[in-house]
Ligand binder design. Structure first.
Ligand code: ZN
Length: 278
């Protein structure tokens, strides 16, 4: 793993034995309702609880990692997001599925949606790394499930394996090795079965897996090598930092100010129910 991770893993002297499955929220765990924080509108995706119950029974911690730019846009508050998280955990518990934690990036995308304004918004791996520190999780024995390639990239950047839910959410298909899922599945039950059937730590192929056989050559040809190189260079720069509050003095600030007109809505650190961040 990179020096980046070592730099911020002060607690790694203890063995990291835990395994987790990181789950995107909107479109993966629950049906996507834009900017929703109303618990009454929460609907699990098909077979979600059946799949996650299987994973929990096998000892995986289940952790939601979600981009919530609605906080930066002032669409809702941290308190409302906390209520939603509490309701979601309650619904899952009633179905016999324990939710270990819930991490959310509260920041807006960077300019033009291309340059990140923070290091926790997926496809950055910050939320996964934060969760790994809080819950002593071995990222290489863990998995990320999501319905877009930004989820896949976040998972791979964290060193985990990935399952893309092929449910039609992703429409851009900007591919690179880091955006190539290890597996694909039609729903969370199929994803869980895939994980349990491939239950060994990620190897050295984590960052260099070949494209899946069903990826059309025409799609790969759409991404010029120069663009891939530029992306890789930019990511390498981001990887040297972690969260704003732990950034080294003098490091250039990434992206624009976040919701400068309503600073009370957006703090520097991600939302987490663990209490260490919010
Ligand atoms: Zn963020």
């Amino acid at each position: 793993m990179s020096a980046t991770l070592a730099e911020h893993d002060e607690g790694s002297a203890q063995p990291l034995a835990g395994r987790a499955v990181f789950i995107d929220k909107d479109g993966t765990l629950v049906e996507n309702v834009p900017y929703n924080v109303d618990p009454a509108l929460l609907r699990f995706t098909p077979h979600a609880m059946d799949g996650l119950r299987l994973l929990a029974q096998q000892g995986y911690k289940l952790i939601v990692v979600t981009n919530q730019p609605g906080l930066a846009y002032g669409r809702f508050t941290r308190a409302a997001l906390r209520q939603l998280h509490t309701a979601l955990a309650g619904m899952m518990a009633r179905d016999g599925v324990p939710l270990t934690d819930f991490f959310a990036c509260p920041h807006a995308p960077g300019p033009a949606g291309r340059v990140p304004g923070c290091l926790c918004r997926k496809p950055a791996p910050g939320l996964l790394r934060q969760a790994a520190r809080v819950h002593a999780i071995d990222l290489q024995r863990s998995w990320m499930i999501g319905d877009v390639l930004d989820d896949v990239e976040a998972g791979r950047r964290a060193g985990s394996r990935t399952v893309l839910l092929d449910v039609g959410t992703e429409t851009v298909w900007r591919m690179s090795p880091l955006r190539t899922p290890h597996h694909r599945a039609a729903n969370l039950l199929e994803a869980a079965q895939t994980i349990l059937a491939n239950d060994e730590p990620a190897g050295d192929d984590t960052l260099a897996a070949s494209s899946p056989p069903d990826e059309p050559a025409a799609v790969k040809a759409l991404v010029p090598p120069a663009l891939l190189h530029a992306r890789a260079t930019r990511w390498a720069a981001w990887g040297r930092a972690c969260f704003p509050r732990s950034a080294a003095p003098g490091r250039p600030k990434q992206g624009p100010p976040l919701a400068p007109d309503r600073p009370e809505l957006v703090e520097g650190s991600p939302y987490s129910a663990s209490g260490v961040l919010s």
